[in-house]
Design a protein around this ligand. Structure first.
Ligand code: HEC
Length: 531
């Protein structure tokens, strides 16, 4: 009996082999083995395209064909890269300045805006011509330092926190022009969110014990208390609004707290305590479930805003940046300090169901409109990673973009002829620019302390962050260096001490580090001036 079954199976196989070529059979079967079914897009999923972070794309087309461009703002290269999603080919590399931090597309995807967190302007890129210009914020002595950006739900306006000058800039998102500046919002504005009706703007302030609400039309402002602790050093952090505009939450990092407000009445509803140094905070998709990224601690904390109830703190891995609700219904956390991103199942008590390895200090995640791909910025590297969620293996590809990409954005409506143009051949000149923008010219270390510093401290972010930090003396720097250990910086005890000594002596203030491209461009400029 057994024998005859085997025999008929063999006959069947032989028949099918004569029908197709052997190679074709092999290919289809391999492809099928590698295929993973995607669930339909989860009912609570939202790309949050208007938000300052985390956000994705305004396109909700679930039949998206997988083609388009991806943009990234590269902090250490000081530039923005645009690449083809399918081939990874570079479309254009734009050298800017001032540490491009986050990048957003407007609702129609006709303009991209990059905040330049230590600079003076927002870089605006016309997505049809690929020409760019700076949007400046006049009237300030110091650099405005635009940090984060959010949009009004109708897509008309972009708002950016001018972290250096305590102001918020309002930009026409369809014409890429400054409309007005709201001054005196408080020290070091960071996150911002507009109510769905476009009337009120909530702003978190790193260096104030309150958050600010701005009536956009009149410019009238109100301060809502968040803490009684002195936040003068800039220890306050993130803010988010639920997608229906009901709640606003802010991280009181130094107090290990999250404060929750009713957005309409502007009343403080509750402070959740025992949250280990929360930084970013986010409502998960369209729900009222709130989650923080606790970087020092490598965890997330989860709260239910409707029930005013704390749910859980869960360790996800070093330098947890922010949790996302993916279109598949799983929660994802980006890990600033690890080589993986973490996937959790909220239906199964937030059990970690997967760790996706092969990424480097992954920072920003963004899903394609159909949920089939997730893109991440490898903040500790010079690439983006594209993860194909429909595959079981060989699901990862990298796209070279420049050093330390942070924010990313996807343009899904690129005209076919433009797409094809960049897919057919690699643009050699732009590819060379990316290579040069990905190579730092390191000065020779002047001593062992500097060697330890150069080898450890520039892996995840630019030296600008360190230069602009106001810490003075060994004690203050010890706390920064130890915090970086929590973020995932690798050093032994000896190196730790060398780095502290180095920073405490202010030796780093005389360092100058550029990419090959920056050095080349500044030489060209000099030669031109000398002529
Ligand atoms: C594994 C990634 C990583 C490495 C390596 C790293 N950092 Fe950081 N660094 C971060 C992250 C994430 C932030 C932002 C969050 C924060 O401030 O903790 C940051 C921010 C900073 C800031 C800005 C803080 C502020 O508010 O002004 C300073 C200063 C800094 N790092 C110094 C250092 C020094 C010094 C080293 C070397 C010991 C270092 N970093 C190595 C991840 C890293």
């Amino acid at each position: 009996m057994k024998k005859s079954l085997k025999l008929s199976a063999f006959v069947l196989l032989a028949v099918s082999l004569t029908a197709c070529t052997e190679a074709a059979v092999k290919n289809t079967s391999l492809a099928e083995v590698n295929k993973k079914e995607l669930p339909p897009v989860h009912e609570d999923y939202s790309s949050n395209w208007w938000k300052d972070q985390p956000n994705g794309n305004a396109d909700t087309n679930t039949d998206w064909n997988g083609e388009g461009w991806i943009l990234s703002s590269n902090e250490v290269s000081n530039g923005v890269a645009i690449a083809d999603i399918k081939t990874g080919n570079v479309v254009k590399y734009i050298q800017s300045s001032g540490t491009p931090h986050h990048i957003h597309l407007n609702k129609k995807q006709t303009w991209a805006f990059a905040t330049q967190r230590y600079g003076t302007s927002v870089l605006a890129i016309n997505m049809e011509t690929l020409e760019s210009h700076n949007i400046d914020f006049p009237g300030f002595e110091n650099a405005p330092a635009p940090q984060h950006m959010t949009m009004s739900r109708d897509g008309k306006y972009a708002f950016t926190s001018l972290n250096g000058v305590g102001a918020v800039g309002m930009i026409d998102a369809n014409n890429a022009e400054l409309i007005k500046v709201f001054k005196d919002v408080g020290k070091k504005p960071r996150d911002l969110n507009v109510t769905p009706d476009g009337k009120k703007l909530f702003v978190s302030l790193q260096a104030e014990p309150f958050i600010t609400v701005i009536d956009i039309e009149t410019g009238e402002m109100r301060k809502l208390e968040r803490t009684t602790t002195d936040y003068g050093k800039g220890t306050g952090s993130g803010l988010d609004m639920s997608n229906d505009g009901k709640y606003v939450a802010v991280s009181n990092t130094a107090d290990n707290e999250v404060a929750l407000y009713d957005a309409k009445s502007e009343k403080l509803l509750k402070k959740f305590g025992d949250i280990p140094k929360p930084v970013n905070v986010s409502f998960m998709g369209n729900t009222h479930i709130l989650a923080t990224g606790n970087r020092n601690d490598g965890s997330i904390s989860i709260m239910d805003a409707d029930k005013l109830k704390f749910i859980h703190t869960i360790k996800t891995g070093p330098g947890t940046n922010i949790p996302y609700l993916g279109p598949d219904g799983y929660w994802y956390t980006s890990q600033n300090g690890a080589g993986y991103l973490t996937v959790m199942d909220p239906e199964d008590n937030f059990k970690i169901v997967r760790k996706i390895w092969g990424v480097q200090n992954i920072h920003w995640l963004s899903w394609s409109p159909d949920g089939s791909m997730v893109f991440g910025s490898n903040w500790g590297d010079k690439t983006l990673t594209k993860i194909d969620l429909t595959k079981k293996k060989d699901f990862r590809t990298t796209i070279p973009v420049g050093l330390n990409p942070n924010g990313i954005a996807i343009k899904t409506n690129v005209p076919k002829e433009l797409l094809v143009k960049y897919q057919q051949e690699q643009n050699a000149e732009e590819a060379t620019r990316i290579k040069k923008a990905s190579t730092l010219i390191f000065p020779k270390a002047r001593d062992v302390n500097e060697e330890a510093f150069l080898g450890t401290c520039l892996q995840c972010h630019d030296i600008g962050r360190i230069m602009r930090n106001n810490s003075k003396g060994a004690e203050a720097w010890t706390s920064v260096v130890d915090r970086m250990k929590g973020n995932g910086a690798k050093m032994n005890d000896e190196q730790r001490q060398q780095i502290i000594d180095y920073l405490a002596s202010d030796q780093h203030k005389s360092l100058s580090i550029q990419t090959e491209l920056e050095a080349e461009l500044s030489k060209e400029k000099q030669d031109k001036n000398n002529k």
